[in-house]
Design a protein around this ligand. Structure first.
Ligand code: UDP
Length: 154
């Protein structure tokens, strides 16, 4: 069996997803796929946290609008573990612009506008590590054994 604990990703349900009651729909896709939830909490992010999280976008023209969207309500922050979970997570989310997201993906099923695209997911193993450290304290991540492992991994 491959080592499914090898990779982690940061997945967040943005304020629109929380307000629209989409939390369980979004979480169930990761859960049912076979990924293991190791961290979860509701967060009202500060401007400082979001500026660090989106450091690469701070100078972009869309940033002020995106900042107020991301600060408009609580965000559900989660960490998932599993084989290739970063890449798989991005595939489960769909493209940044829902117009380009295939049906079957979260954004392809549940979103229309890029500025209300419901979810965030880390785009690389390195950004996942950075984002997890930003949003979670070490003790908030739970180490536990998923008993179905042998039914999910070869
Ligand atoms: N965004 C936006 N307008 C743009 C580009 C991005 O509102 O022109 C928002 C959108 O919500 C997106 C987020 O900024 O999810 C971060 O953009 P990124 O390119 O990192 O996409 P993601 O990694 O979220 O797919």
């Amino acid at each position: 069996m491959s080592n499914p604990d090898a990779e982690r990703t940061f997945i967040a349900v943005k304020p629109d997803g929380v307000q629209r009651g989409l939390i369980s729909n979004i979480l169930s896709r990761f859960e049912q796929r076979g990924f293991k939830l190791v961290g979860i909490k509701l967060v009202t992010p500060t401007e400082n946290l979001l500026k660090q999280h989106y450091a690469e976008h701070v100078e972009k023209s869309f940033f002020p609008k995106m900042l107020s969207y991301m600060m408009s309500g609580p965000i559900l922050a989660t960490v998932w573990e599993g084989k290739d979970v970063v890449k798989q997570g991005r595939a489960i989310l769909g493209a940044t612009n829902p117009l380009n997201s295939a049906p079957g993906t979260i954004r392809g099923d549940l979103a229309i506008d890029m500025g209300r695209n419901v979810v965030h997911g880390s785009d690389s193993v390195e950004s996942a590590e950075r984002e997890i450290n930003l949003w979670f304290k070490k003790e908030e991540l739970i180490d536990w054994k998923l008993n179905q492992l042998a039914w999910i991994y070869e």
